[in-house]
Design a protein around this ligand. Sequence first.
Ligand code: GTP
Ligand code: MG
Length: 250
Amino acid sequence: MILSAEKKNNQFTVALAGNPNVGKSTIFNALTGLHQHTGNWPGKTVDNAQGIYEHQKKSFLIVDLPGTYSLLAHTVEEQIARDYLCFANPDVTVVVLDATCLERNLNLALQVFEITSKVIVCLNLMDEATKKDLVIDVPSLERELGVPVVATAARQGKGLFELRKKIFQVASGSLQPSPRQIKYSSDVENALKELLPLVENIANNTLSPRWIALRLLDGDQSFLRSLSNYLDIDQASFQFQDWEESKCAQ
Ligand SMILES: Nc1nc2c(ncn2[C@@H]2O[C@H](COP(=O)(O)OP(=O)(O)OP(=O)(O)O)[C@@H](O)[C@H]2O)c(=O)[nH]1
Ligand SMILES: [Mg+2]
C-alpha cells in the first residue's frame, strides 16, 4: 500500500517531513522539477507527491509527506507520515523546520529522531529569519541535535545543493547521524528497559525498538493497528501477553 513507493533498484528513498507550511513542497518541487507525479495516499483523500532527482549519478525517489505537528497519529495526515517513516524504511528522512519558530518545530524533529537515525534537519525560511533579525548558530544546533543541519531559503533556491549533498552522504552511509534522544522520567525509562527485550524481535532491524516500546507505554492503538498491518506480530503479541500477566501477578 502506501509503503510500496515505486522504488527501483539502486534508488535511494528520501522522505520529506515537517510541520504544515514550512516549505516541504517548495523543496520537493525545486529538487524534482517536472519529474514528479501526484495522487492520493491509498484509501485517503490526502495528497501524495513523489518525484525523482539525480545526484552524483544516483537516483533519489523523494516523497513529500503531509504536514504534521506530531507523529502521534491524532489525524489522518499524522498517521500517514508516521506509517511511512516507520514502515517504508526510507534511506533518509529530511525534517524541514521553519527557522522563524524553531522551538515549536523541533518537537516533530525529536519525534522523528526516535524513529530513525538517518535524519537531516533542513532549516528553511532562513530569509524570513534574517528579516526578523534571528541569528541561528547552525554548527551548535548540529552538535546539539547530533544530525546534519542545512540552512535553506527554498523559494530562492538557496542551500539546496548542500541539502542534496548531505542527503547523498547520509543515504550512502558516508555520514552517520546520531540523533539526540529524549530521556524520560526514571519511571518511563525503567518501563522501557523492561519492554525493550520483548519488542526487539519485532523491530525487524528497521524499526526502532525504543519507539515501539514508547508507543506501547502510551497505549497508542493506532500504532498497534499499523504494526499488525505491516508486520507479523503474532509471536510478539503472545510475549506482551506474558509480560502483562507477569506484571499483574506481581
Ligand atoms: N520566504 C520564504 N518563503 C518560502 C520558503 N520556502 C517556502 N516558502 C513559501 O512558504 C509557503 C508554504 O510553502 P509550501 O512549500 O507549500 O509548504 P509545505 O510545507 O509544503 O506546506 P503543507 O504542504 O501545507 O504542509 C509558500 O508560499 C512558499 O512559497 C523560503 O525559504 N522563504
Ligand atoms: Mg506541501
